[in-house]
Design a binder for this molecule. Structure first.
Ligand code: RB5
Length: 153
């Protein structure tokens, strides 16, 4: 049975991490969040040089586990690889999202603590909208908490 973590606090520090395929969008989101008054923790990568997305997913998982951040945003080319890697960690619920509806439901129903986006699939304005909604939407609890409890294997 995996360790039970409390509901996600999306008002706290937001960790950001990406591979090279997500670097440009991570930079856009970092600037957007700072301009919105949010505290961010940038875990890299720091440029367009080729890196391996699992390394950054694992850094995100560590930042959440140690409390350096309360939620996070991961970006790779598609958002697929980096969300798969992050979800290997039992305390991570990374939601790969492509629009505002997904961003809202990822919080309301799934209590996702990580928003995953694709830097090569999602435009800057849609991604900013997803981030804003993700970070202002509370978890609904109730029947959804029961389902989240059943994710533990
Ligand atoms: C890197 O080229 C690319 O494979 C990665 O960013 C991501 O899309 C993997 O899922």
């Amino acid at each position: 049975m995996s360790e039970r973590f409390p509901s996600t606090d999306v008002s706290g520090v937001v960790a950001l991490a990406s591979d090279h395929g997500g670097f440009a969008l991570k930079t856009v989101l970092k600037d957007f969040l700072i301009a919105s008054g949010r505290q961010v923790l940038d875990l890299g990568t720091d440029g367009e040089a080729s890196v391996d997305y699992p390394d950054y997913a694992h850094l995100m998982a560590d930042a959440l586990k140690t409390g350096k951040a309360s939620c996070g945003i991961l970006v790779c080319g598609t958002g697929i690889g980096i969300s798969i890697a992050a979800n290997r960690h039992p305390h991570v619920r990374a939601a790969l999202v492509h629009d505002a509806f997904g961003a809202r439901l990822a919080r309301q129903h799934n209590d996702a603590n990580v928003l995953a986006l694709g830097g090569r699939t999602t435009g800057d304005e849609v991604a900013k909208d997803c981030a804003r909604i993700f970070l202002e939407t509370p978890f609904e609890g109730g029947r959804h908490q029961r389902r989240i409890d059943k994710l533990a294997v």
